[in-house]
Design a protein around this ligand. Structure first.
Ligand code: SAJ
Length: 439
């Protein structure tokens, strides 16, 4: 029986008649939904946030990398619809879970969104369905948490349904690598599940890479992001050392990256933000502790990155002191608050850390970020400014925290008394001036 099921399912996938469901239409789910829709699949997005569903129905995208045009195209072709009704799961041939995996209040993994999503799947599951988890999580989640829930109604994985982990690899704002051309890792609970998932993702992604298990696929993702957090922390520490030595870290990195092998540039900054890099490695260290293993690298990297906002404020304080000023009597302009350039996302943004410290030090704060026309932080309304000459002249120092594109940095350089540039955006644009100080 299972064999016939699988054959029928494979045929539906190959002729793109399989109905695809995406649970969670965020920066991972919405691009994935449109990637399937573009290939002619009928896609149902199941999104708990009713405002998001409303926006999608109006053809208004809330994801930086998805244009309204792309969204409207899929809606017009009727290959994509959004709903909050999870009962539609029973109509699906494949259900792909793309929900957040944040940290709880004690910085431990919070997989409540995964549990909610997989319970909805369990309540509506039927024979022959493919269930994929894409949310980044600790190794073992798919096997230890999802499998028992989905088999609790008596269905058997690998026979009645297929369960796979496939990590999302989305780099918001990256123009070169999109869903379709970023290699995709897949790992099933059973071999048959891996095989089915390969066929499914082969329809939309040019390179699909099977690994031996769901846990292996979960671990691949965590190695990728741990690699990043550790290397960013390393370059942040070297930057602090270069400041002591009176050296220009940006010159050192630019020279080091001429090495054609065995080196990869990372850049210092005010800290590490986003919902992945500062978070995912802590999922791994949490799981490691269950096995009595202490992940020293991850713990050290997290603490170095988390200390960067304080280091930035201390450096700013010194710059002001050199000009006989103190923080509590200074007017500071924060340039950019997103966690990284050209995205609208404040999650774990280092700017929040910097602003919180400056608020405590009673500095007078204003900000400019084209993605945030207003900002309320720690209960305080932050004042957005217009980048005009009169406004700029009133600041004792401007602090570049996010190097958004499309800003007239030359105009800023000629109208600000002092700029502390933690991203070296001015250096990269070849704008040199005595009033610009780099991290
Ligand atoms: N950062 C630095 N120095 C660097 C690189 C990054 O300070 O050299 C900071 C950024 O400013 C940002 C944070 O680290 O605050 C995270 O940067 P990121 O480029 O990793 O950005 P994310 O989290 O949006 O995207 C990442 C993906 N990025 C890249 O591979 C370049 C990738 O790590 C994951 O596929 C993705 O998160 C995810 O969803 O896991």
């Amino acid at each position: 029986m299972a064999h016939d099921n699988t054959r029928y399912l494979k045929t539906k996938i190959k002729n793109r008649k399989a109905v695809i469901g995406i649970i969670g239409l965020g920066y991972v789910g919405l691009p994935l939904a449109l990637a399937f829709a573009k290939k002619g699949f009928n896609v149902i997005g199941i999104e708990i946030d009713k405002d998001r569903v409303k926006n999608i129905k109006k053809g208004v995208s809330y994801i930086t990398d998805i244009s309204n045009g792309a969204l409207r195209d899929a809606l017009r072709k009727r290959t994509f619809q959004a709903t909050s009704d999870s009962k539609l799961i029973r109509k699906l041939d494949a259900v792909i879970i793309c929900v957040p995996t944040p940290l709880g209040k004690d910085r431990e993994p919070d997989i409540s969104y995964i549990r909610q999503a997989v319970t909805k799947v369990k309540d509506n599951i039927r024979k022959g369905q493919i269930v994929v988890l894409e949310s980044t999580t600790y190794p073992g989640t798919t096997r230890e948490i999802l499998l028992p829930i989905l088999e609790s109604g008596g269905l058997k994985e690998g026979k009645d349904f297929y369960l796979i982990f496939s990590p999302e690899r989305v780099d918001p704002g990256n123009e070169s690598y999109r869903t379709e051309n970023t290699p995709k890792i897949i790992g099933g609970i059973s071999r048959r599940s891996t095989e089915i998932a390969k066929l499914l993702y082969d329809q939309i992604i040019s390179e699909v890479v099977p690994v031996s298990s769901a846990s292996a696929a979960e671990m691949v993702k965590l190695l990728e992001n741990t690699f990043r957090i550790v290397n960013i922390a390393l370059v942040n520490e070297i930057a602090l050392l270069c400041e002591k030595f009176g050296m220009d870290i940006w010159e050192i990195i630019d020279a080091a990256k001429t090495k054609p092998y065995g080196y990869m540039p990372f850049y210092p900054g005010p800290g590490v933000g986003g919902h992945c890099i500062p978070v995912d490695p802590l999922y791994l260290s949490w799981k490691a502790k269950e096995h009595g293993f202490e992940t020293k690298f991850i713990d050290l990297a997290s603490s170095i990155n988390e200390s960067m906002p304080q280091n930035v404020v201390e450096r700013l304080e010194k710059l002001l002191a050199d000009r006989k000023k103190t923080l509590d009597r200074s007017n500071i302009l924060l340039l950019g608050i997103s966690y990284k350039k050209d995205v609208k996302d404040l999650r774990e943004s280092p700017s929040i850390g910097v602003i919180t410290i400056l608020q405590k030090r009673r500095a007078k704060l204003s900000y400019y970020d084209p993605y945030f026309p207003f900002l309320k932080l720690n209960g305080i309304d932050m004042k957005p400014i217009k980048l005009d000459k009169r406004e700029l002249e009133g600041f004792d120092c401007a602090l570049v925290l996010t190097d958004h594109s499309g800003i007239d940095y030359r105009f800023l350089a000629s109208n600000l008394k002092l700029i502390f540039d933690t991203r070296n955006i001015f250096g990269r644009l070849g704008i040199k001036s005595r009033n610009i100080v780099k991290l």
